[in-house]
Design a protein around this ligand. Structure first.
Ligand code: ADP
Ligand code: MG
Length: 763
C-alpha cells in the first residue's frame, strides 16, 4: 500500500481501508474548541442555560441529541378537529385569559378552581384550550407561542375545546426572545410545512426552550458545513452507514421521520467505534510492553498439575469447564500474558476453572493469587480450594521425597501479625504456592518470589486500578519480574455487547453449562401476608427435614452500621415471631472475622438452621444443604443481586425455593421481580436488566472521560458493536500506531482522558 497523503480522494482501492492523511471538512476538535457564544442568539442568559445542560462548546451542542421528535407531518389541522377524538395540533397562542379561582379550592358556590383559557389558531381555524389548576400555563404560553398540544377534543356549550392538554412549546411567545425575529407571526409558515420537530432534553429551571435550542443547533450545523468523516466511503458502504454530515443533520433536523434511524445508527457507530478502537489499542500497547511467562503447563513426564487436579475432583468437570480450561491453558503456554474474562452463571462452577488456572502456574514453578471481594468469600475459597487440592504435590528437591504438597494460604486484613509475617516470608521465598485473599493482597509488603497467575473473583467489586495493582506484583518492587497471566471472573453474566464495551480489552470465555443434577430454584414473588406466611412455613418445613435456609434482611441505605443494626433487630424479631424455635445465626458486615467464620461454620455444620444476613451472603457462599432463600423487601435489590442471592440455594440435588417478599407495585420493581420468577437463566436476566436500566448504569464507573454512549443501544445495536470491533481490530492490525489515520487519533484524544491518550499514543 502506498503511503500517499496528497491529492484528491481517489476511487477507493479495495485494499485501502483508510484514506491517508487529509480528510476534508471540519474536525470534531475544531468544534470542541468553539465556545457556544460564537453562535448568534447565544447571549449571557442562553450561555448559562446551556451550561446548566453541560453544553459549553459547539461539539457539546451537537452531541446534545433530541429526546424525541414531533411529527409535524401528521398533525391535524384545527379546521378538521372533531369532538370525541384525541389529536395533536400545532398552533399558535392568540389569546390568554387567567381566572384565578378561590384560593384553597372551589368550596364556594359559583367560583370554580383556578383556570387558564387559551385560544390557539392555525391557518385553518381556532380552538379553545382550558387548563384547570395550572395557573403557570399562563406564563408558559404567552401570546405568540407556537406549541404542540395533545389531548381529547370535547365540546362545551357548542364550542370545541380541549381540557388540560399536554403542551410542548416549539417556539416561545413574546417575552424572553433574544433574536428570533418576528415571534408571533410565524405560525403560518411553520404549520403544515411537513417539518419534524426535535424535542431536546432541557433542565427544569432554564428559560431555554426546545425550539430555541434547535435554532442554535441549526446555526451550528449551517456554519460547520461539511464535517470531516473519519469513516471513509469504503467502510461506510461495507457497514451500511450514512456520512457524518448527513447523520448530524438528520438527527437534529430531519425533514422526514424516516431520516432519524440511519442518522442515529451512524452516530452510534462512531461512539462504539471510538470505544473499540481505544480498547483494541490499549490491549495492543499492553502486549507491546508485556513481559509474559511461557508457562510449562505440561511437565516432562506428560502429567500436568491442572489435569491431575481435574482427575481427582469428586465430580466430572462439565464440558464448558473443560473447554474454558483448555483455552486458558493455551493462553498460559503462550508468550503473552493472558487477559481473560470468564463469564458464567451463578453456580456454573467457575471456581474449578479458577483453581485449574492457578495450578497451571504452580505446576510450572510459579505462584498463584486469587483475590475475592469479601472476607467471607476469601475464607470460603481458601477452605474450599484447600479441600479441592488435597493430595496434590509439586516437585521440591529440598525434600526427601523430592515433592511436597501444594500449599494454600489465606490473607485478609484480619490475618494476625505473626501469621502475616510468616506468610509474607513464604510468598517471598516461594514456599507458599497459592495465596487467597481480599484486597489485603495489594499491601505494599506483599511480595512474591514469582507470581505467575492472578485470578480475580467477582471482579465487579474491584476497580481497574486494583486489577492492575495485583498484576504489578509480578514485576516485583525492582521491576525485574514478569507480568502474570490474568483471569477475571464475573459474579453474574452481563450481556455480550456490554461485556465488549466494558471489558473489550479482555478476551472472553463463557461457561455456558451448569453441572448436571441441578433442579431449578422455584421462585415466588410473595406480595401478601398470606404468601409471606407460606414462605416462612416452607422455611420451617425444610429445617425440620434437616435442611437450611437464608433470610436476607432489607437493604438499608446509609452506613454499614445502620444496616447491621437493622439486621440485628430483624433477626430478633424473626426469632420471636415467624421463626421462633429455630436456631438462627446472624451474619453482617460489622462482625469480626472470627465471629463471621464461626457463624458460617455453624451454618455449614447444621448447628444453625437459618442464617439471617445482610447482602454479605450475596457472593459465592456455598452450602449445599441450604434449600430456601427468603429475601425481604426484595424490590430494593437489583436483578443481578437477586439472581446472585438466589444462587446461594439449589446447590445440592434437593428441590429449592426462593421467596421474594415485596409489596411494591412500582412498574420497575414489578418488571424485575417478574423476570426473576420467570427465568433462572442469568444471561437472559442480564438482557432484561440492561433493557430496564439502560446503558448508563451498566457502564457506570467503568467509563472514562466523554466516551459515554449517548445514542448506542447495547441490546438493539448488537450488529454495530460487532462491526465497530471488527473494524477497530482490522485497523489496528495493519496500522498499530494509527499513523495513517490522524483524524481518528485526533478524535480519540478528545474522548479519552490525557493519561489514557498518553498510554495509547505513547506521547
Ligand atoms: P460459581 O460459578 O457461581 O462461582 P462455584 O464455583 O461456586 O460456582 O460452584 C458451585 C458449586 O458447584 C460448588 O459446590 C462446586 O463444588 C459445584 N461444582 C462445580 N463444578 C461441578 C461439576 N462439574 N459437577 C458437579 N458439581 C460441580
Ligand atoms: Mg463464584
Amino acid at each position: 500500500m502506498t503511503a500517499g497523503g496528497a491529492g484528491p480522494p481517489a476511487a477507493p482501492d479495495a485494499e485501502d481501508t483508510g484514506r491517508p492523511a487529509s480528510v476534508p471538512g471540519r474536525r470534531l476538535a475544531q468544534l470542541d474548541g468553539l465556545d457556544v457564544t460564537v453562535l448568534r442568539g447565544v447571549g449571557e442568559g442562553a450561555r448559562r442555560d446551556l451550561e446548566a445542560l453541560g453544553i459549553r462548546s459547539v461539539l457539546d451542542l451537537l452531541t446534545h441529541y433530541p429526546r424525541r421528535y414531533i411529527d409535524g407531518t401528521r398533525m391535524v389541522a384545527l379546521g378538521d378537529v372533531v369532538p370525541g377524538e384525541s389529536v395533536s395540533v400545532l398552533a399558535e397562542v392568540r389569546r390568554v385569559r387567567r381566572n384565578s379561582g378561590r384560593p384553597g379550592g372551589g368550596r364556594g358556590r359559583g367560583r370554580g378552581p383556578a383556570r387558564v383559557d387559551v385560544e390557539v389558531v392555525d391557518p385553518t381555524g381556532r380552538l379553545q384550550l382550558v387548563f384547570f389548576n395550572q395557573v403557570w400555563r399562563a406564563g408558559q404560553l404567552p401570546v405568540g407561542t407556537l406549541a404542540l398540544f395533545y389531548g381529547k377534543v370535547g365540546a362545551y356549550r357548542g364550542e370545541v375545546q380541549m381540557v388540560n392538554p399536554t403542551a410542548e412549546v416549539l417556539r416561545p411567545g413574546l417575552p424572553g426572545e433574544e433574536a428570533s425575529g418576528g415571534a408571533g407571526t410565524g405560525a403560518s409558515e411553520d404549520v403544515g410545512t411537513g417539518r419534524v420537530f426535535p424535542v431536546y432534553p432541557l433542565s427544569e429551571k432554564a428559560e431555554l426552550t426546545s425550539a430555541r435550542l434547535a435554532r442554535f443547533v441549526g446555526e451550528a450545523l449551517d456554519r460547520a458545513g461539511e464535517l470531516a468523516d473519519p469513516v471513509p466511503e469504503v467502510w461506510r458502504r461495507r457497514f451500511g452507514l450514512v456520512g457524518r454530515t448527513a447523520a448530524w443533520n438528520g438527527i437534529h433536523r430531519p425533514t422526514r421521520m424516516e431520516q432519524r434511524e440511519p442518522s442515529r445508527r451512524r452516530l452510534a457507530f462512531d461512539e462504539l467505534f471510538r470505544l473499540q478502537l481505544a480498547l483494541v489499542l490499549r490491549r495492543r500497547r499492553l502486549e507491546e510492553d508485556a513481559r509474559g511467562i511461557r508457562h510449562a503447563v505440561v511437565r516432562p513426564d506428560g502429567s500436568s498439575l491442572p489435569h491431575r487436579f481435574l482427575a481427582a475432583l469428586p465430580f466430572e468437570a462439565t464440558g464448558a469447564q473443560r473447554r474454558a480450561i483448555d483455552v486458558i491453558l493455551a493462553d498460559l503456554a503462550g508468550p503473552l500474558p493472558m487477559h481473560r474474562l470468564l463469564q458464567g452463571d451463578v453456580g456454573s462452577g467457575k471456581t474449578v476453572v479458577a483453581v485449574a488456572t492457578l495450578l497451571a502456574g504452580v505446576g510450572g514453578g510459579h505462584q498463584g493469587a486469587l483475590m475475592a471481594p469479601t472476607e467471607v468469600l476469601a475464607e470460603q475459597h481458601a477452605a474450599g480450594v484447600g479441600r479441592l487440592i488435597e493430595g496434590l504435590s509439586v516437585p521440591d528437591p529440598a525434600t526427601l521425597t523430592g515433592t511436597r504438597p501444594v500449599t494454600v494460604r489465606l490473607l485478609t486484613s484480619r490475618t494476625g501479625a505473626r501469621e502475616r509475617a510468616e506468610l509474607h516470608r513464604g510468598l517471598a521465598e516461594g514456599t507458599v504456592d497459592l495465596v487467597i485473599g481480599t484486597h489485603a493482597l495489594l499491601g505494599e509488603d506483599v511480595a512474591f518470589a514469582s507470581l505467575g497467575v492472578v485470578v480475580i473473583d467477582e471482579q465487579h467489586r474491584f476497580g481497574v486500578e486494583q486489577r492492575a495493582a495485583l498484576r504489578e506484583k509480578g514485576r516485583g518492587p525492582d521491576g525485574t519480574g514478569h507480568d502474570p497471566d490474568l483471569l477475571v471472573m464475573t459474579a453474574t453474566p452481563i450481556p455480550r455487547t456490554a461485556a465488549m464495551v466494558v471489558f473489550g480489552d479482555l478476551d472472553m470465555t463463557v461457561v455456558d453449562e451448569l453441572p448436571p443434577g441441578r433442579t431449578p430454584v422455584q421462585t415466588t414473588w410473595a406480595r401478601t401476608d398470606l404468601e409471606a406466611a407460606a414462605a416462612w412455613a416452607r422455611v420451617r418445613e425444610e429445617v425440620s427435614a434437616g435442611r437450611r435456609a437464608y433470610v436476607v434482611c432489607p437493604l438499608v441505605d446509609g452506613s454499614e452500621r445502620v444496616e447491621a443494626a437493622s439486621a440485628v433487630r430483624e433477626s430478633e424479631r424473626l426469632a420471636a415471631e415467624e421463626l421462633s424455635g429455630l436456631r438462627l445465626g446472624l451474619l453482617h458486615g460489622q462482625m469480626s472475622s472470627v465471629e463471621k467464620e464461626s457463624v458460617m461454620a455453624s451454618f455449614r455444620e447444621g448447628t444453625v438452621d437459618v442464617l439471617v444476613a445482610t447482602t454479605v451472603v450475596e457472593v459465592g457462599v456455598d452450602v449445599a444443604e441450604a434449600t430456601v432463600m427468603v429475601v425481604e423487601d426484595a424490590d430494593r435489590f437489583g436483578i443481578a443481586q437477586l439472581h446472585q442471592l438466589r444462587g446461594r440455594v439449589g446447590r445440592g440435588g434437593d428441590p429449592s425455593w426462593c421467596f421474594l417478599l415485596s409489596r411494591s407495585d412500582s412498574p420497575e420493581a414489578t418488571a424485575r421481580l417478574e423476570a426473576l420468577e420467570r427465568t433462572g437463566d442469568g444471561f437472559e436476566l442480564a438482557d432484561v436488566d440492561l433493557a430496564l436500566r439502560g446503558e448508563g448504569t451498566i457502564l457506570g464507573a467503568q467509563q472514562k472521560g466523554r466516551s459515554d454512549l449517548l445514542l448506542a443501544r447495547l441490546l438493539s445495536d448488537r450488529d454495530l458493536v460487532d462491526d465497530a470491533r471488527v473494524l477497530a481490530e482490522e485497523l489496528v492490525g495493519e496500522d498499530p500506531s494509527l499513523a495513517r489515520h490522524p483524524l481518528l487519533v485526533d478524535e480519540l484524544r478528545l474522548f479519552v482522558d490525557d493519561d489514557e491518550a498518553a498510554f495509547l499514543f505513547k506521547s
